[in-house]
Design a protein around this ligand. Structure first.
Ligand SMILES: [Zn+2]
Length: 505
């Protein structure tokens, strides 16, 4: 996957460049030129990002929490990698649209794998609830092709927005037009009718939150007659990005910044009288009769009437989905392993895990399944934890590149419950060095339909790599998995010495 320049080449390049004028210094090369750069514009040519070694991440935890050392970041990272492998296998089975997609063999494989892991962790009553799915959207194949320098060039980053309508089998040849950010003024004096409209969007964090969504640029393009829409999330490189349902009724794709720059060049090079055309092909199937599932298990308390603590982790993902949500699944599994090792007589409350289907589809199956079954799921529940995007490396942006760092976080968070629950939770996050927003906020994720019904905790990250093809296992530091999961274990133990009314009032 990594094909970026080897530091040795940089060194050789430096020597070639400087020898004629600095021959006296050939024995005293500047070692900085031999160090790899942390920054890169990720594309098919460069592969993904190069992350620092797991051992190099800063650890900010305070002393006194050695008892949680058995919660193992390396083991969890291995669980993340196994889920990434399921997604890659699905891709290799000739699925252009890939991930751990709800209703597919990758979904079933993830459920089986999770049940197996739960049994190994010592959880009991491991079971699977089958969930019937409404009609599911499945793009079978797609292609965007332009003529560049006399050759047909395929836009390698093209990815259909979730739920986009397809084209006819033959596809469509459309005239291209670029309307910048897609603000009302960007459309003034432009005729987009019947054309393929390129809209650039500022990531205000990612595919979920971005400027085109905020200003209604896609709706505007469609209202003015666009025949297709290409959304460019302006991130460095040529990323594939998977948007949720964008609500359009014309073929809608995301394309990466490099592919968008090529279109820009074709449009600016072309004579004003000569249209630039693009071939758009998207073959979509709508499939009935599919099913998904929830995976459940528990570490029972000493008393069969005990109250419960519930950990939810959604299983689905676009692409490898290492943070979203292989990390959360790994956290939930490791917590079950940790609590299963506590002698049953000492367990005050039952800890239950639910691996839900997730929400990367139009039906948002996980949201509705949790809501429809809220009474039975939340029966006797005193705390609900959403294990979602629980670990990640901090990525910075510099100029045309993304830069990896030796830091994890930051995370957004939301707590529903008493001041005491909030205090205990934030204090524990701090003890384990989890960098977080100063104020509450951010997404609630999979538990959004039930988060307000019982005391609940959400700690998550929805950053620049979310729903992209470079959110890979390497982006998940073992130390970040360990920090979050250890913090949750300690929070659960502290909550176990609090009554239900102390958690709610
Ligand atoms: Zn998620």
């Amino acid at each position: 996957m990594k094909s970026r320049l080897n530091p040795i080449y940089l060194l050789v390049g430096w020597v070639c460049l400087y020898v004629p004028i600095a021959s006296a210094q050939t024995n005293s090369l500047d070692p900085r030129t031999a160090l790899p750069s942390a920054c890169i514009a990720p594309s098919e040519q460069t592969g993904g990002l190069d992350f620092t070694a797991d051992s190099s991440y800063l650890r900010l935890g305070s002393a006194g929490n050695e008892t949680y050392a058995s919660i193992d970041g390396e083991r969890m990272k291995h669980l993340v990698e196994q889920q990434a492998e399921i997604a890659r296998r699905y891709r290799q089975a000739d699925n252009q649209y890939w991930g751990r997609i709800i209703g597919t063999s990758a979904d079933r494989e993830t459920a089986e794998w999770m049940m197996d892991q739960l049994r190994q962790s010592g959880a009991e009553d491991v079971r699977l609830d089958s969930i019937a799915l409404p009609t599911q959207w499945f793009p079978q194949s797609w292609q965007l092709t332009v003529e560049s320098d006399g050759e047909a060039t395929e836009l390698a980053s093209a990815w259909p927005a979730y739920g986009s309508v397809g084209t006819s089998q033959a596809g469509a040849k459309l005239e291209l037009i670029d309307v910048g950010l897609g603000m009302a003024t960007d459309f003034q004096g432009r005729d987009v009718s019947g054309k393929a409209v390129v809209i650039h969007s500022i990531a205000t964090s990612s595919t979920v939150f971005n400027s085109a969504r905020r200003i209604g640029a896609l709706e505007r393009a469609e209202r003015l007659g666009a025949a297709a829409i290409f959304l460019v999330l302006e991130l460095p490189g040529n990323l594939q990005t998977a948007f949720y349902d964008v609500g359009t009724s014309v073929p809608t794709f995301s394309i990466g910044s490099e592919d968008a720059a090529l279109l820009q060049r074709l449009l600016t090079d072309a004579a004003t009288t000569e249209p630039v055309e693009i071939d758009v092909q998207l073959d979509v199937d709508y499939i009935d009769g599919l099913s998904t599932s929830s995976v459940r298990g528990e570490v029972p308390a000493a008393s069969p009437d005990a109250e419960k603590i519930i950990i939810v982790a959604h299983r689905d993902a676009y692409f490898e989905g290492a943070a979203d949500n292989a990390s959360g699944v790994a956290t939930a599994l490791e917590l079950m392993r940790y609590f299963a090792q506590i002698p049953k007589a000492e367990r005050k409350r039952t800890v239950e895990i639910i691996g839900t289907p997730g929400h990367h589809n139009i039906a948002r199956t996980g949201f509705s399944w949790l809501y429809e079954n809220r009474e039975s799921i939340l029966d006797k529940a005193v705390l609900l934890i959403n294990a979602e995007h629980t670990a990640h490396a901090l990525i910075d942006r510099f100029n045309d590149e993304l830069c990896t760092t030796n830091t994890m976080g930051p995370f957004s968070w939301q707590i529903n419950g008493s001041n005491k629950l909030a205090e205990v939770t934030l204090q524990t996050f701090d003890e384990f060095g989890i960098t977080r927003w100063a104020e509450t906020g951010g997404p609630v994720g999979e538990i959004r339909t039930i988060a307000d019904l019982v005391p609940s905790i959400v700690l998550m990250h929805a950053g620049v790599l979310l729903h992209t093809n470079i959110e890979t296992t390497e982006a998940i530091p073992a130390a970040s998995l360990a920090a979050t999961t250890r913090a949750y274990a300690k929070i659960i133990e502290q909550v176990n010495s609090m009554s239900q009314s102390e958690l709610t009032q």
